[in-house]
Design a protein around this ligand. Structure first.
Ligand code: APR
Length: 308
């Protein structure tokens, strides 16, 4: 039997993710939202696309949590997106309320599930979900680093005129303006970008990556990015469903590694059917460590505001 992925929040990110999962056929989907009729309508539309895609996945839309029972993966995209001028952190209290309710309702119905958090401010929402679910930290993971790295890859590919497929990049730290793109671990077909692009240009691409989300918010005006966020989340879902043991930058619970205790932040992890199988600890140089610690401190200060 196919595995079941519940996508909570059938808005832009949730519906795009549901489309990718159903199109690929790797799992069945339950699409949940509080809006009446909307998840049902989107699920019906996606069901009717399945014959055209040759997909045997099923998808249902619902406002009833009981339909999520027994899920293998729960993806939380419910909440409010950013508007122009807002930072991800401005969403803190409103989204903490939404995510707490969603996780309280879903975790008890799917006690073996892996929870993926997309809702922003994501690292803090992952921490909220870890607390509310009572799950082991390996089974509560945040999506941020894959998206930030994909943005960095795109900008590097454009700079060099190469295919983005040949660019590998790493972004660590919180999924916010203080994220830490890592040029030293960013390569084009194995060649470090520090040998291919001037420091000045790398700095400019790093800066654009840090504000990649805001750049899209400013253009869209009514919400935030969703195609790349959904594609990044899909990579995580696929790694878990197919037990791929992929090495991906995700928000994981750090308890000692990177000299951080009890905080979610973006680091390279191995991802498989059990969730986070391993956290890869890199030796950061002095500058990288300063940036990383700044980013972790920012996450911590938001967590503190919630008095978890
Ligand atoms: N339970 C379930 N769904 C909810 C709840 C709730 N308590 N509150 C809101 N929602 C739903 C809304 O009805 C809406 O359909 O969450 C959905 C959010 O969709 P969008 O507004 O389209 O937002 P989206 O662009 O998908 O972003 C969702 O992901 O990337 C992050 O910053 C982004 O936090 C935001 C989240």
């Amino acid at each position: 039997m196919k595995k079941r992925v519940s996508v909570i929040g059938a808005g832009n990110v949730g519906a795009s993710l549901a489309q990718m999962i159903v199109h690929s056929g790797i799992a069945n989907v339950v699409l949940f939202d509080i809006a009446d009729g909307m998840p049902q309508g989107k699920a019906l539309d996606l069901s009717e696309a399945c014959p055209l895609w040759g997909s045997s996945s099923s998808i249902i839309g619902t406002n009833d949590y009981s339909h999520t029972e027994g899920s293998d993966v729960i993806v939380v995209t419910a909440g409010f997106p950013r508007k122009p001028g807002m930072s991800r952190d401005d969403l803190l209290h409103a989204n903490a309320k939404v995510v707490s309710a969603v996780v309280a309702n879903t975790a008890k119905l799917s006690p073996q599930a892996i929870i993926i958090i997309v809702t922003n401010p994501m690292d803090v929402m992952a921490q909220v979900s870890f607390k509310i679910s009572g799950f082991n930290p390996e089974r509560v993971i945040g999506m941020g680093g894959i998206l930030d790295s994909a943005r960095f890859r795109t900008f590097i590919a454009w700079e060099m005129g190469v295919s983005p497929e040949d660019v590998e990049a790493l972004v660590l730290g919180g999924h916010g303006d203080l994220m830490v793109p890592m040029p030293r671990f960013t390569t084009v077909k194995g060649i470090p970008i520090t040998e291919l692009i001037s420091k000045e240009r790398i700095d400019a691409l790093v800066e654009r990556t840090r504000h990649g989300g805001a750049e899209i918010v400013a253009l869209l005006k009514t919400g935030s990015a969703y195609y790349a966020p959904a594609a990044a989340t899909y990579q995580m879902v696929k790694a878990i469903i197919l037990n791929e043991h992929r090495l991906l930058p995700c928000a994981a619970y750090l308890n000692g590694k990177y000299r951080v205790n009890g905080v979610y932040t973006g680091v390279p992890v191995m991802l498989g059917s059990k969730g986070v199988e391993n956290i890869i600890e890199l030796k950061l140089n002095q500058q990288e460590r300063i940036y990383f610690e700044k980013s972790v401190t920012a996450v911590k200060s938001l967590v503190d505001k919630l008095n978890l």
